[in-house]
Design a binder for this molecule. Structure first.
Ligand code: GAP
Length: 444
């Protein structure tokens, strides 16, 4: 199947089954902004919970925070985002279209009479590149003036840096330790696209690990490996994952070293998480700009230093796209096309579908009783409409790992069949053992 066809079918499935909808669709949509539907919100929540568990709950050396999206505008001056978080752009004076200066469609050097606009075709109408800041700006309070400008954060990291001493003092952590956060970030991207891959409003799961300056390389290597293994643990095809090391031209203004974790999307290898050595750049700049000491005092040695930061920064929406793309399969089973989302059971929005084989002879009643019992513990879905094959296929598309069917035998011996989404094998399980059976398989 052509790569674009895969994306088209995935986008269509995502809408049909309630994973992702276009924002403000009835008004024609809002450019590169997406909403998550009933299944999408569950998948996203499961991803975030799993990350939070691995980062915060299962470790003693990482604390969580949830900082506000709006921050003092001085934060973004000190962080370098006001001056440096910009893309060079070219405008066409005739058709008013705007392009990134590195857009391959531009012919000739923008700003010279030879350059031709790739949209309207006019020559000599393209301006020389100008820097365009990616931060969304708004005003706080009733007066729309320069002093009231606030930004929607373009990364969650800064909310951690400005709180690092608060966390240190309230948690009694010692360097090395980390602070984790999940939250929305906003960027006025010029060339967004590829569905939820590059959007203007997105969510990040970031962790800032504070270390002694002399130990930065060791921790950088450690986190690089940890993060790759975490993704492999989600069941993502290892052959479709790789590291990409940033060369000097690619490094962000704050980074000494950076690796992306990339996935082989249908539209090519692309980053979905970054591991950065941000050195003491951010904390030093905040110390200087705020006039507040942000040094760490090692009580054992009496040494004072500004910690180095090793950052892991994952795009939650991009990871969603990774698991959707990686899980999407079309196959022929008994002569019929089956579309299946092979999501890791822990990520699946619905853990099991519960079906009476036919709508009579007490089967719906027994299935309903099972549902009432199971839904307190798992997200399960009761479905008695249509043929059993059709009901299975609906759950395959939703990524539901198990299908529980109440059939004639169930009524006599209190067993049900449990169908495995991936192998299609059916096991007979006692109704009273279902909770245990599902728990064992969901927690692995
Ligand atoms: N705090 C560091 C930082 O923000 P980044 O490489 O600019 O680093 C980190 O972004 C991650 O955030 C990316 O790997 C990507 O997954 C996600 N991300 C960044 N821009 C995005 C966008 N416009 N849409 C969706 N995800 C985005």
């Amino acid at each position: 199947m052509a790569n674009t066809a895969v994306m088209d079918r995935l986008v269509s499935l995502a809408k049909r089954r309630g994973f992702v909808f276009q924002s403000s669709e009835i008004y024609g949509g809002l450019g590169s902004v997406w909403d998550y539907g009933p299944l999408g919100v569950e998948l996203k929540k499961n991803l975030k919970e799993r990350w939070w568990r691995a980062m915060v709950h299962e470790r003693e050396d990482i604390e969580g925070v949830d900082a506000a999206i709006l921050m003092h505008s001085k934060v973004w001056e000190a962080s370098g985002h006001v001056a440096g978080f910009a893309d060079p752009l070219v405008d066409c004076k005739t058709c008013k279209n705007r392009f990134r200066a590195d857009d391959e469609r531009l012919k000739g050097t923008p700003g010279t009479p030879e350059a031709r606009c790739p949209v309207c075709g006019n020559q000599g109408t393209l301006t020389a590149p100008r820097l365009f800041n990616l931060m969304f700006k708004t005003f706080m309070g009733p007066v729309e003036e320069e002093a009231a400008v606030v930004y929607l954060r373009p990364e969650t990291a800064q909310g951690i840096y400005v709180n690092y001493l608060n966390v240190l003092q309230s948690s009694r952590q010692k360097v090395p330790f980390g602070i984790a956060q999940i939250g929305k970030a906003f960027r006025n991207e010029i060339t967004p696209g590829n569905f939820i891959f590059r959007t203007r409003e997105f969510e990040q799961a970031e962790m800032q690990f504070l270390v002694r300056p002399s130990e930065d390389t060791r921790w950088f290597e450690y986190w690089r490996e940890q993060r790759l293994q975490w993704h492999i643990g989600l069941g993502i095809t290892p052959a479709k994952l790789r590291f990409h090391q940033h060369g000097p031209q690619e490094l962000a203004h704050y980074a000494k070293a950076a690796f992306d974790i990339e996935y082989q999307f249908p539209f090519g290898w692309q980053e979905f998480e970054g591991i950065h050595n941000r050195t003491d750049f951010d904390l030093s700049r905040h110390q200087q700009a705020s006039g507040k000491k942000l040094e760490y005092v090692d009580t054992a040695t009496n040494q004072r230093f500004i910690p180095y930061i090793i950052e892991t920064s994952m795009g939650v929406d991009r990871l969603m796209l990774v698991v959707l793309v990686d899980g999407y399969h079309e196959e022929t089973v008994e002569g019929e096309l089956r579309v299946v989302l092979r999501l890791h059971p822990a990520l699946a929005p619905i853990k099991a579908g519960i079906f009476p084989l036919v709508n009579k002879d007490g089967m719906p009643e027994m299935a309903r009783r099972l549902y009432d019992d199971l839904h307190r513990r798992f997200t399960v879905f009761f479905d008695h409409g249509g043929s059993i094959g059709r009901r299975y296929r609906r759950q395959d598309e939703a990524g539901t790992p198990f299908g529980i069917t109440v059939d004639g035998q169930s009524l006599t011996d209190q067993t049900v069949t449990v169908r495995d989404r991936d192998t299609l094998a059916q096991a007979r399980v006692g109704a009273d053992r279902l909770v245990e059976y599902l728990r064992d398989r969901l927690e692995s």
